[in-house]
Design a protein around this ligand. Structure first.
Ligand code: ADP
Ligand code: MG
Length: 238
């Protein structure tokens, strides 16, 4: 587990300011959900947490350590994307092993970590298959497996369920929460689905136009939305 502190973060692409001073505190082991309309800066914020996007101003600290200048692979973070980004020409096993091979983790440790992830996700029987031979839910599990094998302290999810049908989405929500609890990670989960946010979050962060409108526990936001925008997003009749 690790706490995440986001302090005064700004991001500009050229002269376009897309993150306008964001502060978020995520305690050890918390499941935080970022919600907000398309284009409000959720993915950009996650990518800055992952180290995939330079920070224009402000500070990100993980477990108390400022990571602004720390390379992605040294951040103890793993990210799961919406489109899975699986390697089509690799088996499930190799998809999960690949980043560890690049990191020169030794073979027996790779085998052990892949086996553990496969057991956790119920992928044991599918290790020799290729992504095209999997269902949407199975592919999503492989994407999670690739994150798990890295033993991250922090999991980042960018709308991981938005390509799945409604029934599977409900099931995968529960699986992701279970995973978060079992692995004792801290998670930052992006969605534009307010039901997902209400059911999964310990803390909801409502974003609009590069800023945080309000953050708090789901019921607190529901009972006391700061404004109509938050009320509309959380679904309260305020
Ligand atoms: P969200 O994930 O909430 O939908 P994003 O973080 O993807 O929003 O995007 C926030 C804003 O930043 C959008 O207006 C988007 O067009 C812009 N943006 C994102 N990435 C880039 C980039 N690489 N170059 C220029 N603008 C970008
Ligand atoms: Mg996005």
């Amino acid at each position: 587990m690790a706490s995440v502190q986001i302090r005064g973060i700004q991001k500009a692409f050229g002269s376009t300011q897309v993150i306008r001073g964001v502060d978020i505190d995520i305690p050890d082991g918390q499941f935080a959900v970022l919600v907000g309309p398309s284009g409000c800066g959720k993915s950009t914020l996650l990518r800055m947490l992952a180290g995939l996007e330079e920070i224009t101003d402000g500070e990100i600290a993980i477990d108390g350590r400022v990571v602004n200048n720390v390379q992605p692979k040294e951040r103890d973070i793993a990210m799961v994307f919406q489109n899975y980004a699986l390697y089509p020409h690799m088996t499930v096993r190799d998809n999960m092993a690949f980043s560890l091979m690049l990191a020169k983790v030794d073979k027996s440790a790779i085998a052990e970590r892949v086996k553990r992830a496969a057991d956790i996700l119920g992928l044991g029987e599918l290790l020799e298959r290729y992504p095209r031979q999997l269902s949407g839910g199975q592919r999503q599990r492989v994407a999670m497996g690739r994150a798990i094998v890295r033993n991250p302290q922090v999991f980042l999810f960018d709308e991981p369920l938005s390509n799945l049908d409604a029934k599977l989405r409900v099931q995968m929500r529960a699986e992701i929460k279970e995973l978060h609890q079992r692995l004792k990670t801290t998670s930052v989960y992006v969605t534009h689905d307010q039901i997902e946010a209400m059911t999964m979050a310990d803390q909801i962060v409502v974003m609009r136009d590069g800023r945080v409108e309000q953050r708090g526990r789901p019921l607190d936001l529901y009972d006391n939305p700061a404004n109509l925008f938050v009320a509309g997003f959380i679904g309260s009749p305020a």
